[in-house]
Design a binder for this molecule. Structure first.
Ligand code: COA
Length: 259
C-alpha cells in the first residue's frame, strides 16, 4: 500500500514494514521543508498504525541524501520549533518502533545525523558520511553534538564536526555508526530483510527493549536537540551561513575572511 502524496518521498507499507524512499535524484535527494513534513507525517502515521511494525528509510544506490536543500533553507529558514525539519527530528529521535536505514553514496549533514536515531544501518560500500555544519557557518543538529562524541570519542568527533571531513563506510563501521557493508545494489534489499525479520518479532518486546536501550540518552537528546535547533535557526540568518549558501548556489568557494 502506498500512502505518500509527495512524489519526492515515496511511502509504501507491505508485510508490516513501512518503507520511506527519498526520491529527488535530480537534486541529489536534498530535503526541502515539504519533504521533512512528509517524513514527519509518515513516521507519525507509522507510530499509530498497528499494521506497521518496522520502518525502513532508504535513498538511491548512488546517493542517500545531500542534506538540507540549500535554496529552500535560504528562502524558508526553519523559524520555529514547529518547522518541518524540527518536527521530523523530534519524530525520528523518539520513534518507538524499529527503524532501519539503507545508505549508499553521499549522506551529507542530516543524511548522516538522522542515522544516529536509526536502530540498524545497512550501507553500500560507496557510502560517504559527512557533517559539514561548520563549513556552512552552522552548528550540528539532531543532537549530533552530543551523540557523535559519545559514539566515536571526542578526537574523531572533532575531525568529523570541526573539520567537517567526510568518512567512508569502513570507518563508519569501525566507529559503530553502521551495521553492515554490502555492494550498493544490495543495500536496500538487506535493509528490507532486516526489517521483515524485526516485523516478525513481538512488537511489544521490541518497543520495550528499544525504550530501555535509549532511556539513558533520551532526556539529553531532547534537550540538546532543542538547544541546537535554536542556535541553528539563528545561525542560518547570520553572514557566515548566508555566504556559504550563496557560494554553493553560485558554484564558487565561500569567502569567510570577513565573518
Ligand atoms: N541543496 C540544493 N541543491 C543541491 C544540494 C543541496 N543540498 N546538493 C546538490 N544539489 C544540486 C546541485 O546544485 C546540482 O544542481 P544543478 O544540476 O542545477 O547544478 C545537482 O543537485 C547535482 O549536484 P552535484 O553537486 O552536481 O552532484 P555531485 O554528484 O557532483 O555531488 C554532493 C553530490 C552531494 C557531494 C554535492 O552535491 C554536495 O556536496 N551537495 C551539498 C551538500 C551540502 O552541503 N548539504 C547541506 C547540508 S546542511
Amino acid at each position: 500500500m502506498s500512502t505518500s502524496t509527495l512524489p519526492e518521498i515515496l511511502t509504501h507499507v507491505d508485510a508490516g514494514v513501512m518503507t520511506l524512499t527519498l526520491n529527488r535524484l535530480e537534486r541529489k535527494n536534498s530535503i526541502t521543508a515539504a519533504m521533512y513534513g512528509a517524513m514527519a507525517d509518515a513516521l507519525e502515521s507509522a507510530n499509530h498504525d498497528t499494521a506497521v511494525r518496522a520502518v525502513v528509510i532508504q535513498g538511491h544506490e548512488t546517493i542517500f541524501s545531500a542534506g538540507n536543500d540549500i535554496g529552500d533553507f535560504l528562502n524558508n529558514p526553519p523559524a520555529t520549533p514547529e518547522s518541518p525539519v524540527f518536527r521530523f527530528l523530534r519524530g525520528i529521535s523518539s520513534f518507538p518502533k524499529p527503524l532501519v536505514a539503507a545508505v549508499c553514496g553521499p549522506a551529507v549533514g542530516i543524511g548522516t545525523t538522522m542515522l544516529l536515531h536509526c536502530d540498524l544501518v545497512d550501507t553500500g560500500d560507496n557510502a560517504a558520511f559527512s557533517l559539514p555544519f561548520v563549513n556552512l557557518g552552522l552548528c550540528p543538529e539532531a543532537a549530533s553534538s552530543f551523540l557523535v562524541p559519545q559514539l566515536m570519542g571526542y578526537p574523531r568527533a572533532a575531525e568529523a564536526l570541526l573539520l567537517g571531513e567526510p568518512f567512508m563506510a569502513e570507518t563508519a563501521l569501525e566507529m559503530g555508526l553502521i551495521n553492515r557493508i554490502v555492494p550498493p545494489a544490495e543495500a536496500n534489499a538487506l535493509a528490507q530483510r532486516q526489517a521483515l525479520k524485526l516485523a516478525a518479532k513481538p512488537l511489544s518486546a521490541l518497543m520495550e527493549t528499544k525504550r530501555l536501550m535509549k532511556k539513558g540518552n533520551a532526556g539529553m537528546v531532547a534537550e540538546r536537540m532543542a538547544e541546537e535547533g535554536a542556535s541553528f535557526g539563528r545561525m542560518l540568518q547570520e553572514p557566515a551561513a548566508r555566504e556559504a549558501f550563496t557560494a554553493f548556489m553560485q558554484k564558487r568557494r565561500p569567502d569567510f575572511s570577513k565573518v
